[in-house]
Structures are given as structure tokens and as C-alpha cells.
Design a protein around this ligand. Structure first.
Ligand SMILES: O=P(O)(O)OC[C@H]1O[C@H](O)[C@H](O)[C@@H](O)[C@@H]1O
Length: 194
């Protein structure tokens, strides 16, 4: 078993078929264009190119009725005022929904409808379940101070489409405010910075 997966299984008590899953590791330097403050990202990555999250995934098969599932471990931290987050994606097969099951930690899911671009910030942490409907871009945010660990379950044929959001990114940004997380419009933040 891969050492990183071994550690996940050990630290988070997850056993079974994920132990042989594929591991994707995303560091700060892999997340250019994801955080709102490019300068803060560049400085943070230069100082310490830390792991922001890992995803260990497995597929039950590649047939029409099969499911895929992945264990995400999103580390706590910030880039500037913005909480650690996942890249976020739409499913390549747009009708695919996904169920997120929170195992440890605390945070939120940022959901954005592909049609119309409406956004919702849904609390997501240990013991909480979020249903992400089809045609919805989704990103996970760790607003706490421990790893946010979760399981995502989706149709095996869902796939990831990162390109659709590559240019515009999500319309909203989750920042640390004086009294907790604050949802801000990216356009407003960009205007304030320029
Ligand atoms: O792929 P990202 O947008 O970076 O999100 C990270 C991961 O989150 C969940 O675990 C999903 O089930 C994965 O399919 C996804 O890859």
C-alpha cells in the first residue's frame, strides 16, 4: 500500500477498497488561478509549497450503473484571507450528482449553478451530508483548524471538467472575516485590488 494512503487509513480510520485507490495530491503550486489573491498564493508557495489537499479515489467499475468514490483530506489554512479550498469542478457528464459525507473537521461546500450562476454556501463538516445536484459546480472549503475529511460518491462516469471554470473561477470567494467565514463577490474583490 502507498505510504500516503497508509497514513490516511491509519489517521482517519478508513479501511477497505480505498486502501488501493489512486492518490492525487494538490500543493499550493498546483492551485494557480484558484485563490483570489495571486500574489498571496505566489508568496505562500515560495515560502513553503505545502499540501493543500489529497484525494484518494476508487471506482466500483466503469459500467452504466457503477459508482466511484473518493476520500478527500483538505488541510486547514489560508492564502491571504481566503480559506484552503479544492479546485472545484463541474462533472464532465453534467447530469451526474454527488453525495458528500463529512467525516472530520468543519467547513462548507460552495455550489454554483451552471445555468444562471446562482451560488450557495452550505455548511459541511463531520456528520453532515451535502447533496450536489447535476449541472452544479462544487468546491470544498476548510473553515476550521483541523483537516476536513470527507467521502464523495458519484456515478463512475461523472468525470471532472475543470476547464469550464478555469477562466472565470467561482463567482464567490469564502474569506475569513472577524466573526467567521464571509462570502464575497470575486468581481468586487478584484475591483478593490486594482
Ligand atoms: O477535483 P477537485 O475539484 O479538486 O475536488 C477534489 C475532490 O473532491 C471530492 O473528493 C470528489 O469526490 C473528487 O471527485 C474530487 O476530485
Amino acid at each position: 500500500m502507498d505510504l500516503a494512503v497508509d497514513k490516511l487509513v491509519h489517521d482517519f480510520g478508513i479501511a477497505g477498497s480505498l486502501a488501493d485507490g489512486d492518490v492525487v495530491e494538490r500543493r499550493l503550486s498546483d492551485l494557480g488561478g484558484t485563490f483570489a489573491d495571486d500574489d498571496a498564493l505566489r508568496d505562500a508557495a515560495a515560502a513553503n509549497d505545502r499540501i493543500v489537499y489529497t484525494v484518494t479515489s476508487a471506482a466500483g467499475g466503469d459500467g452504466e450503473g457503477d459508482l466511484g468514490y473518493g476520500l478527500g483530506v483538505l488541510q486547514p489554512g489560508r492564502v491571504g484571507d481566503e480559506y484552503h479550498l479544492t479546485k472545484g469542478h463541474l462533472h464532465a457528464w453534467r447530469p451526474a450528482a454527488e453525495v458528500y459525507i463529512g467525516l472530520r473537521g468543519s467547513g462548507a461546500m460552495l455550489l454554483q449553478d451552471e445555468d444562471g450562476g446562482g451560488s450557495r454556501l452550505v455548511p459541511f463538516g463531520a456528520g453532515e451530508i451535502v447533496y450536489v445536484p447535476g449541472d452544479t459546480a462544487h468546491r470544498t472549503v476548510n473553515t476550521g483548524d483541523e483537516p476536513l475529511v470527507y467521502l464523495g460518491v458519484y456515478p463512475a462516469r461523472a468525470g471532472h471538467d475543470y476547464g469550464a471554470l478555469a477562466e472565470s473561477n467561482f463567482r464567490h470567494v469564502v474569506l475569513a472575516g472577524p466573526d467567521g467565514p464571509v462570502l464575497r463577490e470575486r468581481r468586487e474583490l478584484d475591483e478593490e485590488r486594482s
